[in-house]
Design a protein around this ligand. Structure first.
Ligand code: NAG
Ligand code: NAG
Length: 187
């Protein structure tokens, strides 16, 4: 038996999902290394993390998910210099709970490696680039199959920097928020 309330919720939820797919309003969590997880790359695939970051587009609001055995490994965010030289001292961020989420809140370059001695030298290191200055205004035509880059992210982007066209982004964000609220109220 479907009540009026729940069908109304379904409507708004469906709308929200459609909106999020088209507008890329909602954020994604990416598992670092996919099935490989976070660990020393195997000798057959030493470039696993370089390849992985190359084939993903990260935006503000996305999260990087590092999965590893907590007793054997860890994740540290380091500077570019430390990344290049495998210097494990004074990391920017240290995480060792085995399923660590790094939340991307600003554009920039992010460097990670393992906090365990020797792992960095064995290519357990990840570099991702996040662009915060999307080009919404440059691409008025909606390209259905073109992925991420033409749509700037909404979360965080507005207060951080008023890029190309905030007026276009806010309504989408507001309607997503409204959708969530209505959805919650209707349950
Ligand atoms: C990222 O966000 C998640 C969920 O809000 C939180 O549990 C986690 O601690 C955050 N990670 C960092 C590094 O702040
Ligand atoms: C965004 O910033 C990057 C690096 O700062 C730059 O290379 C790129 O051209 C910028 N894109 C836009 C659309 O402004």
């Amino acid at each position: 038996m479907v009540s009026l309330k729940s069908s109304r919720c379904q409507f708004w939820c469906a709308l929200l999902i459609i909106l999020s797919i088209h507008g890329k309003v909602l954020c994604s969590t990416y598992q670092v290394g996919d099935l490989h997880g976070w660990g020393i790359p195997s000798s057959s695939n030493p470039e696993v993390y370089t390849q992985w970051s190359k084939y993903h587009n990260f935006r503000i609001g996305d999260s990087l998910f590092f999965l590893y055995p907590p007793s054997q490994d860890s994740v540290i965010q380091v500077t570019r210099e430390s990344y290049n030289s495998c210097n494990l001292k004074d990391p920017i961020l240290y995480m060792n709970n085995g399923n660590s989420l790094f939340n991307i809140t600003t554009p920039g370059e992010f460097y990670f490696t393992s906090g365990v001695e020797g792992h960095c030298g064995k290519s357990q290191k990840l570099h991702v680039s996040v662009y915060g200055n999307g080009s919404f205004a440059d691409s008025p035509a909606f390209a259905p199959s073109a992925s991420a880059p033409s749509y700037p992210t909404v979360f965080g982007a507005i207060p951080v920097q008023a890029s190309a066209s905030p007026s276009l982004k806010i309504p989408m964000f507001m309607s997503a928020v409204a959708g969530i609220l209505i959805c919650l109220l209707a349950i």
